[in-house]
Design a protein around this ligand. Structure first.
Ligand SMILES: [Mn+2]
Length: 285
């Protein structure tokens, strides 16, 4: 019981922080023109990479460093009976979010939308919501339901994107090409309700889209007033790739995972941003 209440309090506190954050404008976190920004890709329960990322960021000794996480849940260790333990990493990151409320940011991933709306999502042949619920049930027993609800409410509070003063946009993904012309950018201004995450509404398109042409990437960049995108979501065997004229896709979910560390007071071409990639395996922690 005490453990369940702790988990619920953690989720509630992090959700309150998300909704009351001063640098949040609608669904977008707006970062200042100073300090280091560390962006990570999908984490999917990878504890070792979480440790490497936090060691690299060293938030206590680097008071100007901001750290971005995305898609923390689904994947990684299991409890030996098929239950997914990625919730333990979510709770660790929420503690970090509360410890550094202005500098640790977590953006919405499509797996989060699947958890909130209770929609199936397959990863390596497993239905990840079933695995996660099984892990939570085993861990929290009779208190599974309220903990699960608190996690869903926390996930719903997450912003959709981050925009920096030096014109970099970070979101889990972007709408697929055929949805770009009619994309309703008002979703970036509104507070989300669970039904807003259903297919094919804008928050769904923004987190689930794949394969973006240069033409549509340029169109979206112009509309958003940015130069470059750093995205997650699409699998990257080598951890990172150029994904078009102004976009990079990053992942942090396996041993070739990467992060990007950049100076928010400088402007960057997409090539410059590729030079800011750090392989997580190179980090001593
Ligand atoms: Mn994803």
């Amino acid at each position: 019981m005490a453990q369940a209440q702790q988990a619920i309090d953690l989720c509630n506190k992090a959700a309150e922080l998300n909704y009351s954050q001063e640098i949040r404008n609608g669904n977008v976190i707006e970062l200042p023109a100073e300090g280091t920004l560390i962006v990570t890709g999908d984490l999917h329960g990878h504890r070792r990479n979480f440790e490497r990322i936090t060691a690299y960021a060293d938030l206590i000794n680097n008071p100007d460093t901001h750290l971005v996480f995305q898609e923390i849940l689904h994947g990684g260790a299991d409890d030996g009976q098929g239950g997914c333990l990625s919730f333990e990493i979510l709770f660790d990151i929420l503690k970090l979010r509360i410890q550094f409320p202005d500098r640790v940011h977590i953006i919405m991933g499509n797996h989060d939308t699947a958890i909130i709306t209770d929609s199936d999502v397959l990863k390596a042949g497993r239905e990840m919501n079933i695995a996660l619920k099984s892990g939570l049930k085993k861990h929290f027993g009779d208190y599974f339901e309220p903990v699960n609800e608190a996690i869903k409410e926390y996930l719903l509070s997450q912003p959709l994107a981050i925009k920096t003063d030096n014109k970099i946009w970070i979101s889990h993904s972007l709408p697929a090409d055929r949805f770009v012309d009619d994309f309703d950018y008002d979703v970036l201004d509104a507070i989300l309700m669970p039904d807003d995450l259903l297919r094919p509404l804008p928050a769904y398109l923004l987190t689930w889209g794949r394969k973006h042409s240069d033409e549509k990437l340029e169109q979206m960049a112009k509309k958003l007033g940015i130069d470059n995108f750093i995205l997650g979501h699409q699998k990257q065997d080598t951890g990172v790739s150029r994904a078009g004229i102004n976009a990079i896709i990053l992942t942090s979910e396996h041993n070739h995972g990467c992060l990007i560390a950049l100076d928010m007071s400088k402007s960057y071409s997409v090539e410059d941003l590729m030079d800011c990639v750090v392989p997580l395996a190179s980090i001593v922690s």
